[in-house]
Ligand binder design. Structure first.
Ligand code: URA
Length: 229
């Protein structure tokens, strides 16, 4: 990795600020003052900034309990981004793994690792996503088979992939999807003449939302959780 990228990622400084430090002779590599911002360095390089060691940049893997009113995009004119909760340098450059609607709550995965994010979201990996759903009208038992068979959604040529529906009570169910179409849960219930009144994501793959996290709180994933995707 280039030394300016290494420094920017590990300190949270902008590239411009890093270049200024390099030109001011504040950075050393293995005891030698660095003057070339494009110098390639390894992860274990012995780099000092003003005499203080700089740790190698690392990847972040986070789970956030998304509250209502926030969007899962880096920018939106109308609502704040879920990234506002993340207290890390350059949080606005993190990747949000998939979208929840502004009124959907629950588990959102956020990472600096683009390849890992792709594994979470790519339909090829078929990572199951489980939602707790409340509906306006009672859910008939026939809906279980309809979800398993796949449904035709308004204005879409292809049936949805088989999804699991577990009815918990008259107006409450768990739904597990293996793809991520726009407003998919709401549109699947709409296809059956029902309306989703509350939607909460509980699980992505084998990662379950930590019950200790209040809405708006986040934590780093464990190594096991990262490896489970
Ligand atoms: N399906 C929806 O309809 N909305 C979401 O936020 C997620 C899945």
């Amino acid at each position: 990795m280039r030394i300016d990228k290494f420094l920017a990622q590990s300190t949270g400084l902008s590239r411009k600020e890093v270049h200024r430090l390099i030109h001011a002779g504040k950075i050393t590599l293995a005891g030698e003052v660095v003057s070339n911002s494009g110098l390639h360095v390894s992860e274990d390089a012995d780099i000092l900034l003003d005499g203080f060691p700089v740790e190698a940049p690392r990847e972040y893997y986070l789970m956030l309990h998304k509250p209502e009113g926030f969007v899962c995009s880096n920018q939106d004119g109308n609502h704040p981004s879920v990234l506002n909760f993340i207290e890390l340098p350059r949080a606005d450059e993190l990747t949000i793994c998939g979208r929840l609607d502004v009124d959907t709550t629950g588990l959102v995965l956020i990472t600096s690792d683009g390849k890992w994010a792709h594994r979470v979201t790519s339909p090829k990996h078929k990572t199951g996503k489980r939602y707790r759903v409340e509906t306006a009208d009672p859910i008939p038992t026939s809906a279980v088979q309809a979800f398993a068979d796949g449904l035709m959604l308004h204005n879409e040529p292809k049936r949805t992939r088989p999804a699991e529906l577990e009815i918990l009570s008259d107006n409450e169910a768990l739904v597990t999807l293996h793809e991520g179409r726009y407003h998919q849960v709401k549109r699947m219930f709409a296809a059956l003449g029902n309306k989703v009144t509350a939607l909460h994501r509980e699980q992505v793959g084998l990662i379950t939302l930590d019950a200790e996290l209040e809405p708006g709180e986040y934590r780093e994933l464990t190594a096991e959780e990262v490896a489970a995707i």
